[in-house]
Design a protein around this ligand. Structure first.
Ligand SMILES: [Mg+2]
Length: 127
């Protein structure tokens, strides 16, 4: 269903697992958001350079070439204030600390549920 808060927002999905990536695209394309995709952290950082108007980055933590922690730090070093959300399979507090220390604003725990994700993302724009 189209979502007023997310329509035409630019969302970068960073996920190395193809089926997970397709799943996230399927959920988010219905909202009317503009979707970009990347399969590793280094490429994600390069895409942020090339697309300074990205609104949200939904980043996996376990990624090839450069992991999500390092990619988030790089994106913050560039000075980007983009909404940065980690996707994590872990519920451990030390991972959460590391996630927040790396510059992420928030996280979602896998498996990601469609309604929860859309509610979380749209919440950033409906204030
Ligand atoms: Mg992964």
């Amino acid at each position: 269903m189209e979502n007023k808060a997310l329509k035409n927002r630019k969302i970068l999905i960073v996920e190395d697992d193809l089926s997970s990536r397709l799943y996230l695209n399927k959920i988010l394309e219905k909202t009317g958001a503009i979707l970009l995709n990347s399969g590793d952290g280094k490429e994600a950082v390069e895409m942020v350079y090339k697309n300074p108007d990205i609104d949200i980055i939904l980043m996996d933590i376990q990624l090839p070439v450069m992991d999500g922690y390092a990619a988030a730090k790089k994106i913050r070093e560039i000075g980007k204030s983009t909404i940065l959300i980690a996707q994590t399979a872990y519920g451990l507090s030390d991972d959460m600390e590391k996630i927040l220390a790396s510059g992420f604003d928030d996280y979602v725990v896998k498996p990601i549920l469609s309604d929860q994700l859309i509610t979380k993302l749209s919440g950033y724009f409906s204030k």
